[in-house]
Ligand binder design. Sequence first.
Ligand code: PNS
Length: 164
Amino acid sequence: MPTAICPGSFDPVTYGHIDIIERTARHFENVVVAVIRNPQKAQALFGLEERQELLHEVTAHLPNVSIRFFKGLLVDFARDCGAEVIVKGLRAISDFDYELQMAQMNQRLSGVDTFFVSTSPQHSFLSSSLVKEVARFGGDVSSMVPPAVAKRLETRYGPEGANP
Ligand code: PNS
């Protein structure tokens, strides 16, 4: 199987994302981590370059993984990359409705298939939003994100989570 896309906001990348990327990289020749340029979620905490830098750092051990930005429809980007499959992690049933809807829309739009990978149980509660909230109030996120990400969060919010 040649190329798969792992899309997301990655604001910031967590161990949950890395788990999905690593497992996808075992099954596909190439994996494109596709970072959306204009996430629908409220203002991103990290800029594009910062998110890309962190992703580069945490996927450096995976030679078949590349990081790219995209805007517009994911299916158009997938076609540009020559990707046949989109890979998404599923954490819980609460992810399922929306993910299924997107998968079916993407299938209708371009025929691209979405493969779902079940998140490893130790990461199933993780989300970038929650990690940011914990870090913002000075909580310990060291088991949830790689050290480089934890450091950036600390720089952003302060060691005691001082800055709102
Ligand atoms: O990490 P996220 O924020 O859950 O990722 C969501 C993402 C970027 C995968 C999704 O919003 C997306 O694919 N956006 C691109 C726009 C698009 O193609 N919309 C139609 C989806 S059916």
